[in-house]
Design a protein around this ligand. Structure first.
Ligand code: C2O
Length: 550
C-alpha cells in the first residue's frame, strides 16, 4: 500500500439550511466534510488542527485500528481531546477491509456537523465480487438543527429531559424539497440509462435509524460496514446510525428526463427522539439529446416510493435476516466456532432520581438515564487507554464491568422500579485472542426500543437474534456459525436480543456504545480492555509523541 496524507483544519464556518444561517464547527469549511479515499493496505495520515473553542477528536468509524488504538479517536477513551490551538496526527493502516466507512467527531454532539465518507477501494487489480459499477456515489444521511447542537444536548442533560429533535434530515448535507425553503438544497443524482451505479450509503444521523428507498428502482445490497455480503435485492434499505452499505442501482434502459424521488425517513421505536419528516433527493435520467433542454421537453411525473411505516419492525427483522457474509474462499467468514467468554448485557433506557432543589423534565419528574447491565457509564477525566498503558488506572477506572445484569428481571415484561443501579467507569478485561460471545438484550423499562450498538476496534459476527427474552437454553442451538453477517454496528431489536461473536485480537481499550447519540449521552456505553499478547506483534505500541494531554 501507499501512504495518503490529509489535513483537517477544524474551523468555524457559516452554513445556511432551511433559511437559517449558523456558525458551526466544520473540517476545512466543508459540510459534509471531505472524503477520505484509500485502497485496502494503504496507510492514512491525517493531521487534525483545532482552530475552534471546543475540544475535538475524530473517530474513523469501522476502521479496525489493528494495534493502532491511539488513532481510534473517542475522547477520554482512546485519547484526551485536541484542545484549542493544538493538533494531533492520526496515523493508521487499513488492514483487510474494503468498502464504505465514515469518519466523525467523537466528543459530545460535535459529530452533528463533523462527518464525512471513508471510501476504501480493493487492492489494485483486485475486482469487486460483483459487476464493475459505471460510477460510485456516496450518499450520506445526517441531521440538521437550526440551533447549536452543543446547546441542545447540554440543555437536555441539565434538565434531565429529552433533547429537541432535529429540524431536518439531510442527504449529502441537503434537506431536500419537502422542507421549508430547501428546494435549492436538494441532492440530485443525474444518471445515464442502462448503467450500474454503486451507492455508498452512510447513516451519520445522530438519533435515528432510517429507511431509504428510490421510486421504481431496486437496490442490490452487496456490502455492509465494509464487508461483502451475499447480494440481495430490496426496495428499501434500513440503516442505523453508524452503519454503512454499498448498494447497486441499475438504471432503466431509456427514460430521458424522468425523475424519481429518493427518500429517507426514520424507523422509530419506543421513546425514540425522532422527527416525523422526510428528506428527499432526486434521481434524474439525463436527456440523451443534449440540445433538448428540460423546459422544452414534456414534463414527466415525479415518481415517489412508498416507505415502510414508522415502526415497521417486521420489515426490519426480515431485512436483517437476509444479511449474510459472502463466506467464499477469497472472503471467508472467520466466525469463532468456540467461545472462551460469555457475556449477557442488558441495554436500555431508565430514569434516575431528580436532584433535590431541581425540577427535572424526564418521565414523572425524573432524569433520563441509560445503562448496560444497570450501570450508567461515566466518562473519566483522562483517557482510559493512556491510564491503562501507563499503569495509572487508580481513580480512573475499575476492571469489574458486570458480565450479567446486576438486577436480572423479566426484560420484556413489567420492570421493577430500581433498575438503575448506579454509574461508574467499569471495564471488561479480556486476555489477548479471547473468543467472545455477547448477547445483548433490550429492556422494556421505558418501552421497547431498538438500540444500534457499535463496537470499536473489531468487526463481529451477528450469530443470532430474536424477540422476547433471550433463552440461553434454547436459542444458541439456532445460531448461524456458517455465514453470519460481519459488521461493526448492530441493532438490538426492540423488545428482543441479538448475539454476536468476536475474537479479541486487538490489544487496547475499545469503546462500545449505542450509536443513538442521545443514548450515549445518557450513559449507554462501556469499554473493553484487551490485554497484550506474548509475541511482539501482539502488543500495543507506545503512543505517538503528540498524543494530546488532558
Ligand atoms: Cu461512530 Cu464510537 O462511534
Amino acid at each position: 500500500g501507499i501512504t495518503r496524507h490529509y489535513k483537517f483544519d477544524i474551523q468555524m464556518t457559516n452554513v445556511t439550511r432551511l433559511c437559517h444561517t449558523k456558525s458551526m464547527v466544520t473540517v476545512n469549511g466543508q459540510f459534509p466534510g471531505p472524503r477520505i479515499v484509500a485502497r485496502e493496505g494503504d496507510r492514512i495520515i491525517v493531521k487534525v488542527v483545532n482552530h475552534v473553542q471546543s475540544n475535538v477528536s475524530i473517530h474513523w468509524h469501522g476502521v479496525r485500528q489493528l494495534r493502532s488504538g491511539w488513532a481510534d479517536g473517542p475522547a477520554y477513551v482512546a485519547q484526551c481531546p485536541i484542545r484549542t490551538g493544538q493538533s494531533y496526527v492520526y496515523n493508521f493502516t487499513i488492514v483487510a477491509q474494503r468498502g464504505t466507512l465514515f469518519w466523525h467527531a467523537h466528543i459530545s454532539w460535535l459529530r452533528a456537523t463533523l462527518y464525512g465518507p471513508i471510501v476504501i477501494l480493493p487492492k489494485l487489480g483486485v475486482p469487486y465480487p460483483f459487476a464493475k459499477p459505471y460510477k460510485e456515489v456516496p450518499v450520506i444521511f445526517g441531521e440538521w438543527w437550526n440551533a447549536d447542537t452543543e446547546a441542545v444536548i447540554n440543555q437536555a442533560l441539565q434538565t434531565g429531559g429529552g433533547p429537541n429533535v432535529s429540524d431536518a434530515y439531510t442527504m449529502n448535507g441537503l434537506p431536500g424539497p419537502w422542507y421549508n425553503c430547501s428546494a435549492k438544497d436538494t441532492f440530485k443524482l443525474s444518471v445515464k440509462p442502462g448503467r450500474t451505479y454503486l451507492l455508498r450509503i452512510i447513516n451519520a444521523a445522530l438519533n435515528d435509524e432510517l429507511f431509504f428507498s428510490i421510486a421504481n428502482h431496486t437496490l442490490t445490497i452487496v456490502e455492509v460496514d465494509a464487508v461483502y455480503v451475499k447480494p440481495f435485492d430490496t426496495d428499501t434499505l434500513i440503516t442505523a446510525p453508524g452503519q454503512t452499505a454499498n448498494v447497486l442501482l441499475r438504471t432503466k434502459p431509456s427514460f430521458p428526463g424522468a425523475t424519481f424521488l429518493m427518500l429517507a425517513r426514520p424507523y422509530a421505536t419506543g421513546q425514540g427522539i425522532f422527527d416525523n419528516t422526510i428528506t428527499a433527493g432526486i434521481l434524474e435520467y439525463r436527456h440523451s439529446d443534449a440540445s433538448s433542454s428540460p423546459s422544452s421537453s414534456k414534463k414527466l411525473p415525479l415518481f415517489k416510493p412508498s416507505l415502510p411505516s414508522l415502526n415497521d419492525t417486521t420489515f426490519v427483522a426480515s431485512f436483517t435476516s437476509k444479511l449474510r457474509s459472502l463466506a467464499t474462499t477469497q472472503y471467508p467468514a472467520k466466525v469463532p466456532q468456540t467461545v472462551d467468554r460469555h457475556f449477557f448485557f442488558t441495554v436500555g433506557l431508565g430514569t434516575s432520581p431528580c436532584p433535590r432543589n431541581q425540577t427535572c423534565q424526564g418521565p414523572n419528574g425524573t432524569k433520563f438515564a441509560a445503562t448496560i447491565n444497570n450501570v450508567s457509564f461515566s466518562m473519566p477525566a483522562t483517557a482510559l487507554l493512556q491510564a491503562h498503558f501507563f499503569g495509572q488506572s487508580k481513580g480512573i477506572y475499575t476492571p469489574d464491568f458486570p458480565i450479567t445484569p446486576l438486577i436480572p428481571f423479566n426484560y420484556t415484561g413489567t420492570p421493577p422500579n430500581n433498575t438503575l443501579v448506579g454509574s461508574g467507569t467499569r471495564l471488561v478485561v479480556l486476555p489477548f485472542n479471547a473468543s467472545v460471545e455477547l448477547v445483548m438484550q433490550d429492556t422494556s423499562i421505558l418501552g421497547n426500543e431498538s438500540h444500534p450498538l457499535h463496537l470499536h476496534g473489531f468487526n463481529f459476527f451477528v450469530v443470532g437474534q430474536g424477540f422476547g427474552n433471550h433463552d440461553p437454553a434454547k436459542d444458541p442451538a439456532k445460531f448461524n456459525l456458517v455465514d453470519p453477517v460481519e459488521r461493526n454496528t448492530v441493532s438490538v431489536p426492540p423488545g428482543g436480543w441479538v448475539a454476536i461473536r468476536f475474537l479479541a485480537d486487538n490489544p487496547g481499550v475499545w469503546f462500545m456504545h449505542c450509536h443513538l447519540e442521545v443514548h450515549t449521552s445518557w450513559g449507554l456505553k462501556m469499554a473493553w480492555l484487551v490485554l497484550d499478547g506474548n509475541l511482539p506483534n501482539q502488543k500495543l505500541p507506545p503512543p505517538p509523541s503528540d498524543l494530546p494531554k488532558c
